[in-house]
Design a protein. Sequence first.
Length: 285
Amino acid sequence: MLLDDIISAAADAILQCLQAMEPFMQRWADSRVQKGDGLGKDAERNAEWDGLEAVEQGLVAFSTLLESHTDIAFDFFEAWSLRNIFALPPDVSVVAPHQKNLDLNTRPEEETDLMTEIEELRRKLENQRRLKRMYQKALRISRLGRARSERRLERLSYLSAPATSSDSASALAALASLPPSVLELFEGAAALPHLDGAVAGTLPLADPSKRLWETGRTGYINWAVGQLIAKSKQSAPVGGGSTAVGNAVEQAARVAETRDVKNLAQIVLAEEEQERADEDSMEIS
């Protein structure tokens, strides 16, 4: 490699010499043409002489001469270098920098095994990269699911009563007993006889100057029923009958009103839209 670089440097020197000599020869040819414009035999010869062709032929001949002498000289130099400069003792090991600490005496079978092991390691590395991408995608999906669950928990947080809150616990108990109580109320109302409008119109009007039980039999019955209902509300526990229905209705009214139910419906709709958006984002990712 060093000999090749030296020979290339000599060839570059020859090329530079030819490039510097070409304008000099061109000026010489132009001056000869100008001087030979007189009369006589010299003028006739100069008229037939082509300066450009003469310059080209002279440069080619000079280049051939230089290259011939250079080739002969470097052939001797190369032969001498191989016999002297690069003659190393047999006990000296020549190792290139990129081959340092390498075992170059490996058998072909061992090399094949090493290449197979390298391919296996590359396959494992690619599988680890794919697994990492899957884990990252699963992490994004789990984060979206957690955010959705936290929004649901926040929406239903009013149902989670603290251990020290008796009102919230009783409200939850009333909500739990509300469906059967409402059904019982509906069945009791459906079993009542139909009230005819004509009969209702014949009932006597209450006299404002008399107390309720003094208006007649109907007034007395209404007064007695009202007294019994009031006493049952004060003393009877929540458990059955119309008193239980009334208590359940009151507990439900304390838990939420109509506007609260409407707000809850709006929150549910917003939550469903957010869930659809989360699902779309998970499909895109």
